[in-house]
Structure formats: C-alpha cells, structure tokens
Design a protein around this ligand. Structure first.
Ligand code: FES
Length: 74
C-alpha cells in the first residue's frame, strides 16, 4: 500500500529499507525521500519502522530463529 503519496513510496519499500539498515525516520527520509514534502506520512512511516524493527529483532533471538527451544534432560 502507498504510504507516502508525495513520493509514491509503499510500505514494502519502507520495510526493505529498514532491513537494509535505515533504522530511523531520518534515515528513511534520506534513503527513500519518505516524509520529505508534506509530512503527512510521518506517523504511519514511524509505525511501519517500529513494527519492522521489532519483528527483525525477534529473528535475532537464537531461540526464535530456528534454534532448539528446549534442552535435553539426561
Ligand atoms: S505523503 Fe509523504 S511527504 Fe507527503
């Protein structure tokens, strides 16, 4: 879905930029140009940023990234 109508930027583009290291609204603005004109997309962009960062950090926890979630008891 389009998030920034001024620049024609979608939620997928924002998510991809976050995965590529844009971890702040300023970096997204610099990278994509999102929220650089009227600014009406700022709050939704920040929401997508926060959700993407949160879901990315969950994958970095070994127990949730395919590692065993239990220990064998001898
Ligand atoms: S809608 Fe994003 S800057 Fe206007």
């Amino acid at each position: 879905m389009y998030v920034c109508l001024c620049k024609g930027i979608t939620d997928r583009q924002i998510e991809a930029a976050v995965h590529d290291g844009a971890d702040s609204l300023g970096k997204l603005r610099k990278t994509l140009g999102v929220a650089s004109q009227c600014g009406k997309c700022s709050s939704l962009t920040r929401e997508i940023l926060d959700e993407t960062l949160q879901s990315s950090s969950m994958l970095e926890i070994p127990m949730l990234a395919g590692m065993p979630q239990f220990y064998a008891v001898a």
